[in-house]
Each structure stands twice: as structure tokens, then as C-alpha cells.
Design a binder for this molecule. Structure first.
Ligand code: AMP
Length: 120
């Protein structure tokens, strides 16, 4: 899928629309999900035009890939989730119900999160 620069996270990255920011560096921006599914629900997005994990890991420079994943770990620590635990998740494509076509990692925490997937 081609990257659409009009997606909402691209607008947040360009500071055209606001977000509830929790972290930013040269590689990533992290902000609270507008519709939280857990007491702590933060999204971490890379600074670059990437739709999915496959797209990102194939096309992004190594420094950005490393910086982005390091930022996810930093944010989990910043949110004080190391002790009780947390879940990270990235939806890609239709079967995963990806709504926003800019790669994002969800960080969930703040309560026991239950099993990973609902059973079929
Ligand atoms: P996904 O289904 O993985 O694409 O998840 C997209 C997530 O983005 C959802 O959890 C939405 O609640 C969240 N979201 C959409 N728009 C915004 C926004 N403007 N600020 C923060 N989170 C948003």
C-alpha cells in the first residue's frame, strides 16, 4: 500500500493537529490513544512515511529502525510499566483491523490485560 500523507498520524507528526504527547525524539513520537482500551494506552509512531512493520523494516534506514524500537522500550519505562507488565501490539492491514495507515505500536498497561486474543 502506498503511504498516504493525509493520514491522521502524519498530520500529528507535522504538528498540524494536536496530540496528548508523552515522548518525542529524532526517531519517534508517542502520544495517548484518543480512545483508550486500557488505563494506559499509548501509541508510538516512527518519524517517517511507513504504513506497516513490513514496509518500515524493509525501507527505513537502520538508524531509524533501531531508534524507533529503542523509543518503544523507553516509553514503556517512562510510563512505569516495567514492574507490573504491559503489552505491545501493531496492527497491519485489513485482517488486523488497522485503522490508521501509518505504522504505530500500541502500548497497553495499567491493569491485568487477559489473554492475548479472543478465542475463535
Ligand atoms: P489501529 O486499529 O491499530 O490502526 O489503531 C488506531 C488507533 O488510533 C485507535 O486505537 C484510535 O483510537 C487511535 N487514534 C485515532 N485517531 C487518533 C488521534 N487523533 N489521537 C490519538 N489516537 C488516535
Amino acid at each position: 500500500m502506498d503511504y498516504n500523507p493525509d493520514n491522521i498520524f502524519a498530520k500529528i507528526l507535522r504538528k498540524e493537529i494536536p496530540c496528548d504527547q508523552v515522548f518525542e525524539n529524532d526517531f519517534a513520537l508517542a502520544f495517548k490513544d484518543i480512545n483508550p482500551q486500557a488505563p494506559i494506552h499509548v501509541l508510538v509512531i516512527p518519524k517517517g512515511d511507513y504504513v506497516s512493520m513490513a514496509d518500515f523494516t524493509a525501507a527505513a534506514p537502520d538508524e531509524l529502525i533501531a531508534g524507533f524500537f529503542a523509543a518503544v522500550g523507553k516509553v514503556a519505562k517512562l510510563l512505569d510499566l516495567e514492574k507490573n507488565g504491559y503489552r505491545i501490539l501493531a496492527n497491519s492491514g485489513d485482517d488486523a483491523h488497522q485503522e490508521v495507515p501509518h505504522l504505530h505500536i500500541h502500548i497497553f498497561g495499567g491493569r491485568p490485560l487477559g489473554p492475548m486474543l479472543t478465542r475463535l
